[in-house]
Design a protein around this ligand. Structure first.
Ligand code: SF4
Length: 449
């Protein structure tokens, strides 16, 4: 593939496919009543994954793409935790499935709950569910607001992985992105985590940030490596001010263009691979002994709203405003507005705003897109046969891949398609060929790279 083709492809806007169908297609006919039946129908032996959303931060970072709100006060957090505990208790009473395999705290800034509320939430979770089989317990951390007391509480409650928002380690980029976080602060946080026995550490880094250049990405990557995280995610900043109005704080003219973004992504990748990390999926890197690298090599890695994961639980239950879950029947999203979410929980209702009931077609296309995004190759005939009993189900979409094949992005042999090594960055474009909702999609997406 030549550079010009790569740039044209990089500028195409496509979903990130952390779910299929994607969240803009969720509908409000999937409500609390529908989900109550889905919860009750869960097999008692089903394994569960739990996501806890804390939608508060001390201040808003200009680049933030998360569902969160700034607060300097503690009162909203206390009120939120009270409702969260109520929601957990109600969920425990709604299903016979109890065995939790994975817990993930995201936000926002989970550490804002502090050690005492963290313990209360864990106690409620332990009362409502069986936590004796939890294999992975992960918390997203902002190094600027995490305390050693909170890290000690995490360790005491079995947290074994921490995910640090690092993004970039250059002063001028940190100023432009509205998040000042010196390297020493990140290093201190890592040292405290390790001192408390939390050895699995993820770093989230970003390219495509305001004022960021290739040399800045390289410096951030190398400094990050000096702290030896076990996993690194290297995300492209998505400038979507029509969805996240606070991103208007970022001057669009200060953002790198498609050519620069592509060079930044490639630079980060080169630095991580040279240091012995394995490239995983679209944008992750992991040390060879990390469970994600092992899952990727066995083709058992999964993709969900948290990105690439090892978690293969039968159901994902989301707690808190905005959180998204996945039950065998379909996707479920809670009310994004905290007041709305709280009123529903206080009335004893499921706080479900919308969701999507899977059709057989959704299941099969979702599997295709997930395997493409995780494995970069797929036998469409075998997958179609497994779902529908014949191999030609996806033939129209496979034919649509020929345009990408002509540009060297992938190769195709009958119904077996493999992304070319230098075409992997464009896997979202291949996935989009299988997206039956894309034509009716009114949402604007971010660039392909
Ligand atoms: S980037 Fe993280 S810390 Fe910053 S506002 Fe968003 S959720 Fe909060």
């Amino acid at each position: 593939m030549n550079r010009t083709s790569a740039l044209i492809l990089a500028e195409r806007a496509v979903p990130r496919y952390t779910s299929y169908p994607t969240a803009p297609h969720f509908v409000d006919t999937v409500n609390g009543e529908v989900v109550r039946h889905w919860m009750a129908a869960l097999n008692p032996d089903a394994s569960l994954s739990v996501y806890l959303h804390i939608p508060y931060c001390r201040e808003m970072c200009a680049y933030c793409g998360c569902a969160t709100k700034a607060t300097k006060r503690d009162t909203p957090v206390e009120g939120y935790v009270t409702t969260l505990i109520q929601e957990i208790r109600q969920a425990g009473a709604r299903t016979l499935a109890k065995s939790v395999r994975a817990i993930h705290w995201g936000g926002g800034t989970p550490s804002l709950v502090g050690p005492e509320r963290f313990a209360r939430i864990m106690a409620a979770l332990g009362d409502a569910f069986d936590l004796s089989n939890v294999a992975e317990h992960a918390v997203e951390l902002d190094p600027r607001v995490v305390t050693e007391e909170f890290i000690a509480a995490m360790a005491a409650h079995g947290v074994n992985r921490a995910s640090l928002g690092v993004q970039d380690l250059n002063d001028h980029v940190q100023l432009a992105m509205g998040r000042v976080q010196p390297f020493a602060m990140v290093a201190d946080c890592v040292a405290h985590l390790r001192a408390h026995g939390i050895a699995a550490i993820n770093f989230d880094l970003m390219y495509g940030l305001p004022q960021q250049r290739v040399a800045d990405v390289e410096k951030s990557a190398k400094l990050s490596l000096s702290l030896k995280p076990s996993r690194i995610a290297s995300f492209g900043y998505a400038h979507v001010p029509w969805m996240r109005p606070h991103q208007k704080m970022i001057d669009a003219a200060s953002l790198p263009g498609a050519a620069e973004r592509l060079a930044q992504a490639e630079t980060a990748k080169r630095v991580f691979i040279a240091a012995g990390y394995w490239p995983i999926g679209l944008d992750h890197f992991a040390l060879p002994d990390d469970p994600l690298a092992i899952a990727a090599s066995k083709r058992t890695m999964r993709r969900n709203f948290q990105g690439y994961v090892t978690d293969d639980a039968d159901a994902l239950i989301g707690f808190g405003a905005t959180s998204i879950g996945r039950l065998p029947g379909g996707y479920v999203q809670n009310y994004p507005d905290v007041g709305h979410w709280r009123r529903a929980v206080e009335k004893g209702e499921l706080p479900v705003a919308r969701g999507l009931a899977f059709s057989a077609d959704d299941h099969a296309r979702g599997a295709v897109i997930e395997r493409l995004m995780c494995d970069f190759s797929i036998d469409f005939g075998a997958l179609a046969f497994a779902y529908f009993g014949y191999e030609s189900y996806f033939d129209d979409a496979i034919n649509a891949l020929d345009a990408l094949a002509a540009q060297g992005v992938l190769t195709r042999k009958d119904r077996v398609v493999t992304m070319a090594p230098n075409g992997r960055s464009f896997v979202r474009l291949a996935a989009a060929c299988f997206d039956a909702y894309l034509a009716q999609d009114k949402a604007r997406h971010s660039m392909a790279v």
